[in-house]
Design a protein around this ligand. Sequence first.
Ligand SMILES: [Zn+2]
Length: 214
Amino acid sequence: MAFAHAFTDRRHGDVGDVDAWLATAGSGLAPPPGPPTWLSQVHGAEVVVVTEPGEHAGAAADAAVTVVPGAPLVVRTADCAPILLEGRVGIGVVHAGWRGLEAGVVEAAADALSGLGGEPDTVRLGPCIRPRCYEFGEVELDRVAARCGDTVRATTAWGTPALDLAAGVAEAARRLGLRFDDDGTCTACSPRHWSFRARADRGRQALVAWVVPS
Ligand SMILES: [Zn+2]
């Protein structure tokens, strides 16, 4: 079973409107094999199960899973975490900020993929804001730490409390017994990425993934 995936950046254009983005030649990616399932992301733990290309497009959810070849899944981010789940015969995409981590969206997506027989084995984290740039309120930090463990507690470059989103994703992977792979990029530091928090950017990058048709 082969999977294709891409974490896009500014060079691929703004993915705010997924259908419009895919229609432009400028995206610079291998074209997805069918209409995409993108999500109206709400920082929750809702997962959609995609059984044909484009199913549930626009649904209010933060994760999508599929074992169907040729059904592209898309999540969009500016500082939140784009996460790819890879399994034996399927994939999942997840959008997770701190509310999603607290709500258990990574675990919910892994469960949904397992329910399809797709049994995840790897969690891949793409570009997201990193703790040195992500000042965070102590009250909210306590909430996330209660759910995700104390490894999410960090400090900004300027010495104030920070959230380590990547550590939260890593901890979810560890508890699920999955391999964790992190690209390490900070959207706030990287000139190649959009960051809402650092620059109030309106643009969005994306994670696009599909099971390659045989
Ligand atoms: Zn940074």
